[in-house]
Design a protein around this ligand. Sequence first.
Ligand code: FES
Length: 133
Amino acid sequence: MIYGARTSGDLCFKGEFEEMSKCDDLSCHLTIDVEEEDWAHNVGFVPQMLLDLNPSPENTIVITCGPPIMIRFVLENLKKLGFADEQIYTTLENRMKCGIGKCGRCNAGGMYVCKDGPVFSYAVLKDIPEAFA
Ligand code: FES
């Protein structure tokens, strides 16, 4: 798991995740965007950390959520690492407004994110350019 935020203060459950990152049985990697004093983990963006960790696509699925710009670069890097479209899942809940299929705000590629998702495989989303706009 890669968990990133702009600052360490933006990390939810920071203490719990820091404990998880010390456990050899779990693969939990923390990163923040900018250097901070006393920060003992990675500094940098999630998409670059993904490339640096170089996870094998064998027997693996990826679930990614966060700001659309981050998701877009994570998707690019997952493709560079050899992940198939069907191994990648992401959420588009940021497109939702009413959440009950009434406002049309979440429409993407003829789907309503609130009714048809909000979690989709990249195999479904890759041909919908507005999905990550
Ligand atoms: S959020 Fe309003 S229709 Fe989906």
